[in-house]
Design a protein around this ligand. Structure first.
Ligand code: PHE
Length: 454
């Protein structure tokens, strides 16, 4: 506990672990590979790394500063730091963004749960690889099964957030995240050895820059924000529990590095197998869930026991990575309701679950009964995905950068970044970083954002 009575992370390592837990999730394993496939392979990876390093890391620092200085939920932090201004409405935007993200994220979480159940039955690691790739279409286009899995994943998220078992799941991910890492490295090695896989490796390593249009850049930026859980309050809320002595710069850099390494490894685990299986790289959200069963079934033909164990552990690890991300999204909504309306955490959860379900079920059915129902040419799922990462998170991150660069006093920003002048490295980084936050980050985000609208 701090002197203000607010609970705090015990050490900077706990903060980094919690942030990495939020950042590393389906965004890396499921979303990144399909974004790479939709936007020209290696060229997208270059754009993603540029956006991550030069835009997402500074935005992370801004959001974290507001949280640690505000020591409240998003709305309360802005109200505290900018009393009597409209900045507090950012709280509303953040809650809206997190509500939309949880609604569609749990669909993919539900798929992971479904695949875990299937892998336990030995279903995924045996049989014909080509047929295995079709398992996803049959499952996702159904009704009862994907909806039940969606509800189960959503309820698990809510119970963890409300029931205070967060510590338990965090302890669990301390084991499963490194495990996932090693499993994915093993999958890269296996995937690259498949016949025809070299075309996938080339696709990733020989960037065709001409394929990178304005929409590619906007998606790279949105992906960088989505993957680092930026621009919708998660970083702010988690940082509100951060100790005054810990380094924000260090937190941002560690989160970015671990998150990016995970994403790139996932790309190299999936893309060679995509080419080997003859799956279209542009398949979209289904890409990874078609490719994984293919890889496991191929492996199963050679080493059935190993493949069975690997499939089960892999989906268990994905599920726990997905849960540490989904709880960090729901936390933004719950913290807001508790601080603003003084309600109990479980009341807040019940109140939020109803609209989440109302939006989530059409998201589930976007792959089945509602696949023909389109708004602006997108299914409900695709619209939620696009709206949250490419619009709300991008604008949220922009607002956080503008707040720190142009509203907060320069001395306060320096104080936060250098912990009152006690951090040497951050002290040296302050001048260029501050310049960057004021003069580079906002115009760059605006240019990328507007160019897609044009
Ligand atoms: N970063 C998470 C992932 O990669 C998703 C997320 C987005 C989590 C926004 C929290 C907030 O899966």
């Amino acid at each position: 506990m701090s002197s203000s009575g607010r609970e705090q992370f015990g050490s900077s390592l706990t903060y980094i672990m919690a942030m990495a837990g939020s950042a590393i999730g389906l965004g890396n394993i499921w979303r990144f590979p399909y974004m790479v496939g939709e936007h020209g392979g290696g060229a997208f990876i270059i754009a993603y790394i540029i956006c991550g390093l030069f835009l997402a890391v500074p935005c992370f620092i801004c959001e974290a500063m507001i949280g640690r200085r505000g020591r409240r939920d998003v709305y309360g932090s802005f109200e505290h730091l900018a009393p009597g201004t409209k900045w507090k409405w950012m709280g509303g935007v953040s809650v809206l963004a997190s509500f939309i993200i949880v609604s569609f994220y749990c669909v993919v979480g539900g798929w992971s749960l479904d695949f875990l159940v299937r892998s336990l039955s030995g279903h995924l690691s045996q049989g014909d690889p080509e047929a295995a790739a079709g398992v996803f279409q049959r499952m996702a286009s159904g009704t009862i099964e994907p909806i039940s899995m969606y509800v189960a994943f959503l309820l698990a998220t809510a119970i963890i957030v409300v029931g205070g078992v967060k510590k338990g799941i965090e302890r669990f991910t301390k084991i499963t995240t490194p495990l996932l890492f090693f499993l994915m490295v093993a999958m890269v090695i296996y995937s690259v050895s498949l016949p025809g896989a070299m075309a996938g490796v080339k696709y990733l390593l020989q960037p065709d820059i001409s394929k990178l249009d304005a929409s590619g850049w906007a998606c790279a930026l949105g992906q960088a924000f989505f993957s680092m859980s930026l621009g919708m309050g998660t970083v702010l809320v988690y940082s509100s529990f951060m100790k005054k002595e810990d380094s924000i710069l260090k937190g941002g850099l560690w989160t970015a590095v671990s998150d990016t390494v995970f994403a790139i490894i996932a790309g190299f685990a999936i893309m060679p197998a995509v080419f080997s299986a003859g799956i279209e790289p542009t398949a979209g959200p289904s890409l990874v869930y078609e490719t994984l069963p293919y890889i496991f079934a191929k492996m199963g033909a050679e080493a059935p026991v190993l493949s069975f164990v690997m499939t089960v552990v892999f989906f268990l690890a994905i599920l726990s990575a997905a849960l540490t991300s989904s709880i960090s999204m729901l936390e933004v909504c719950i913290e807001h309701a508790v601080h603003r309306f003084g309600c109990k955490r479980w009341t807040a959860a019940v109140v939020f679950l109803i609209p989440i379900l109302a939006l989530g079920v059409p998201c589930v059915l976007s792959f089945g009964g509602l696949s023909g129902f389109k708004i602006f040419g997108l299914t409900v799922f695709d619209l939620c995905d696009y709206l949250s990462s490419n619009v709300l998170m991008t604008l949220g991150a922009l607002a956080f950068a503008l707040f720190v660069g142009w509203y907060m006093k320069k001395d306060d920003v320096r104080d936060e970044l250098t912990n009152g002048g006690t951090l040497g490295l951050s002290g040296k980084a302050f001048k260029p970083l501050y310049f960057f936050i004021r003069w580079v980050v906002p115009p760059a985000i605006i240019i990328i954002f507007v160019s897609t609208l044009v």
